[in-house]
Design a protein around this ligand. Structure first.
Ligand code: SF4
Length: 243
C-alpha cells in the first residue's frame, strides 16, 4: 500500500499569507527554508499593533453598519451584491490538513460575506496606500486570498464566488479651513478611504504551492543565498561579530 506523506514526514503548519511568499518575484528559497524551520518566528521582528487595531475597528464598522442598515457600507459596492457579513471562524477551525504533503494550512480572512445567490465572497483588508510596493506584494496577497478560498470551501463556505482586497488608504491631505472638523476634545480623527481590488479566483493552484513548501522544507541544508542580498551580507557580519 502506498505510504502517505503524513506517515513518513514531519508535519508543517503554514498560514495562507506565508504560503503567498512563494509567489513573490524576489522569493528566496533560503529565507523560506529558514522561516519554515523556525515556524516563521524570527528574531528582531516587531509588528506594530496599530494595524490589527485598525483591522478590528474596520470589521466593527462593517458589522455594525450591517446591523443598523441590513447592508454593508457603500464603499464595498464595486464588488457587486455582497449580502451579510458572516462570523469568521477562529484560525484553529479555519484550516485544512493536506495528507499528501502533511501540511496544515491555516488562515483568518478579514471578512466572509454571504451573498444573496447563496455563495460566499472573501475580503481581506490592507491598511495602506496602494503604492508600487503594494503592487509588488500583490502576488502574495493573491495566494493568500486563494488559500482562504481553498480552506473555506473545505470548512463549509461553499461555493465561493469571489475574492477581493480593500486597501484602506489614510487620507492625510488637510487644509487649514477643514482642520476644525478633525479636532476632538482629546485628540484628532483621520479618514480612511477604501480602494477595491478584485482578485482572480484560482484556488486549484494551492496544492502545487503546498508541494513546493514540502520540497523546500525537506531539504537537509538551506538553499544558496540570493546573490547580492544586503540582508544576508548583514547576517554574515553579525555572525562574524558573534564569533
Ligand atoms: S539571501 Fe536574502 S532573502 Fe535569501 S536568505 Fe539571505 S537574507 Fe534571506
Amino acid at each position: 500500500m502506498e505510504q502517505t506523506c503524513s506517515e513518513r514526514s514531519e508535519s508543517i503548519r503554514i498560514s495562507a499569507k506565508n504560503l503567498g511568499e512563494l509567489a513573490l518575484p524576489k522569493f528566496c528559497p533560503r529565507c523560506f527554508w529558514i522561516k519554515l524551520r523556525c515556524s516563521h518566528k524570527l528574531p528582531f521582528q516587531i509588528f506594530p499593533g496599530i494595524f490589527s487595531s485598525i483591522d478590528s475597528y474596520t470589521k466593527k464598522i462593517t458589522n455594525m453598519h450591517y446591523e443598523q442598515h441590513e447592508r454593508v457600507p457603500d464603499w464595498f459596492g464595486g464588488f457587486g451584491s455582497l449580502g451579510k457579513p458572516m462570523k469568521v471562524p477562529h484560525y484553529s477551525k479555519f484550516s485544512v490538513h493536506e495528507p499528501k504533503t502533511n501540511i496544515l494550512l491555516t488562515g483568518v480572512p478579514d471578512e466572509i460575506l454571504y451573498r444573496p445567490d447563496d455563495s460566499y465572497f472573501i475580503v481581506d483588508y490592507k491598511t495602506s496606500r496602494f503604492t508600487a510596493t503594494q503592487d509588488q506584494l500583490l502576488p502574495m496577497y493573491e495566494v493568500q486570498l486563494n488559500a482562504y478560498a481553498y480552506i473555506g470551501k473545505r470548512v463549509g463556505f461553499k461555493p465561493i464566488s469571489g475574492l477581493g482586497l480593500i486597501y484602506y488608504e489614510p487620507q492625510t491631505g488637510i487644509s487649514a479651513d477643514e482642520v476644525d472638523s478633525f479636532i476632538l476634545d482629546n485628540g484628532f480623527s483621520m479618514h480612511f478611504s477604501g480602494k477595491l481590488l478584485p482578485i482572480e479566483l484560482k484556488p486549484d493552484n494551492i496544492p502545487v504551492l503546498l508541494k513546493r513548501v514540502r520540497e523546500i522544507y525537506d531539504l537537509s541544508q538551506p538553499p544558496n543565498q540570493v546573490e547580492g542580498c544586503k540582508d544576508c551580507q548583514l547576517l554574515d557580519t553579525l555572525l562574524s561579530i558573534a564569533g
